[in-house]
Ligand binder design. Structure first.
Ligand code: DAH
Length: 341
């Protein structure tokens, strides 16, 4: 009986040392030490052993059981460690592989040119004043001296909302009234940037949405000379010192007198080309002395105060600066275009 015991012990111990995996080990456990395992069965056979051998047999069975339990625990720990080792070898990170490229975003060309414009006007003492994109007819037109049915309204193709009198602003000029009403009677030096909307045929030169940067200076003794000097300085700062500029008389309902400013064509340097339509000049903004009616609508007495205003299109300026020949690129979301800036 005792011999059989030792044989079983040695045999299962040998088995144990060659279990290749944890799941094989669990099977081994069930076979030997489980509820119906052969070693467990042996403990039940104590009754069949002769009286005198019984204590020796019992002690030996318990010893064997304990040894096998210990050996099992050790084997389990070894197998787990081996499994981890092989994971580390086969699943490890290969630090020599090239990394995945990070896609870098960048600022939209409109944002870039806007920031450049803010910086220049900031250097000249102008603050950024933000006003709303959705306006009333009153602010977009009437308070800017453009009465209903006035033919000047034809200059602005308008998006109307379903609420009568509420429209998308066609220019940043209504911000002039907001700024004046907020600051009156203090002097003002602001620029008013933002998106404008026009119900237009989309072409290479015109979009239904675009940015404008409006400018407004109000105070005592502001003259046309201030307007010309300030805008000429701006043009030199953004296009370079050598670039010539000129003013041409024009008409806007909210300024009197009104003008447009041109810069010497950047592509042909003034000798005439397709872009400047052989004039040698490119128009970059509208401007003028704030109309007395507009000053009054903003709360300022036109007999005491005067001011100048201007409105420019940053996308137009970017097109000139970077030689972009189609305004539609700006909102077409084509990375081939956007990545060039
Ligand atoms: N609001 C004008 C426009 O869209 C641009 C403009 C012209 C603004 C003259 C001004 C100005 O402030 O004085 O088209």
């Amino acid at each position: 009986m005792l011999e059989e015991l030792d044989e079983i012990y040695e045999h299962s111990l040998r088995d144990l040392t060659i279990t290749p995996t944890i799941s094989e080990l669990e099977k081994w456990y069930k076979r030997n030490l489980g509820r119906k395992g052969q070693v467990t069965e042996l403990t039940r056979q104590v009754g069949q052993v002769s009286q005198e051998d019984r204590p020796t047999f019992g002690r030996r069975v318990n010893e064997i059981k304990q040894n096998l339990e210990n050996a099992y625990e050790k084997r389990l720990a070894d197998l787990k460690a081996a499994e981890l080792d092989s994971l580390l070898v086969f699943d490890s990170i290969d630090v020599t592989l090239p990394g995945r490229r990070q896609l870098r975003g960048r600022l939209h060309p409109s944002t870039q040119i806007l920031r450049e414009i803010y910086r220049i006007w900031g250097d000249m003492g102008f603050q950024v004043y933000r006003s709303r994109d959705v306006e009333t007819d009153e602010f977009n037109f009437e308070l800017l001296n453009i009465p209903e049915d006035h033919p000047a309204r034809d200059m602005w193709d308008t998006f109307h909302t379903t609420t009568p009198g509420v429209i998308l602003r066609t220019h940043t000029s209504p911000g002039q009234i907001h700024a004046m009403r907020e600051y009156c009677p203090e002097p003002i030096r602001v620029i008013l940037p933002g998106m404008c909307y026009r119900y237009e045929q989309i072409t290479a030169r015109s979009e239904i949405q675009f940015n404008q940067v409006e400018g407004l200076a109000v105070g005592r003794y502001i003259t046309m000379a201030d307007l010309k000097g300030t805008l000429t300085d701006f043009a030199k700062r953004i296009f370079g010192k050598e670039r010539a500029t000129r003013f041409r008389a024009n008409y806007f309902p909210f300024t009197e007198p009104s003008a447009e400013m041109d810069v010497e064509c950047i592509l042909c340097n003034g000798s005439g080309c397709q872009v400047c339509q052989y004039t040698g000049w490119l128009e970059i903004l509208g401007c003028g002395m704030v109309h007395p009616t507009v000053l009054r609508n903003g709360g300022y007495d036109p007999d005491v105060y005067s001011g100048f205003a201007f409105g420019m299109g940053p996308e137009r300026i970017a097109m000139l600066k970077y030689g972009i020949d189609d305004i539609r690129y700006f909102w077409a979301n084509d990375l081939r275009f956007l990545e060039q800036f």
